[in-house]
Design a protein around this ligand. Structure first.
Ligand SMILES: [Zn+2]
Length: 89
């Protein structure tokens, strides 16, 4: 269970990180020294059973008739609750 909401942070030169943020804290890019700006929340929103950002490379089809996408790091489909087969490595 992932209870921490993660955010997409971006610098002026378009470097991005995804991480949890604490209110009032300033995050600086270690390589460029630029300040990160929060540009969005990363789906799925906390609390979620998945720790992966909601992106194509982290999703797979559940395989049920609903044909919903579900994160690769969960055991049960987040839409229908169906037990998912193990991910092939
Ligand atoms: Zn499903």
């Amino acid at each position: 269970m992932s209870l921490v909401q993660r955010y997409r942070l971006r610098t002026r030169s378009d470097r991005e990180v995804i991480r949890p943020v604490e209110p009032g804290r300033v995050y600086v890019d270690r390589e460029t020294g630029e300040e990160f700006e929060v540009v969005g929340k990363v789906l799925p929103l906390a609390p979620s059973v998945s720790k992966l950002p909601w992106a194509v490379e982290n999703l797979r089809l559940c395989g049920c008739s609903l044909e919903q996408l579900t994160p690769k790091d969960v055991n049960d489909c987040v839409t229908c609750g169906r037990r998912l087969p193990a991910v092939e490595q």
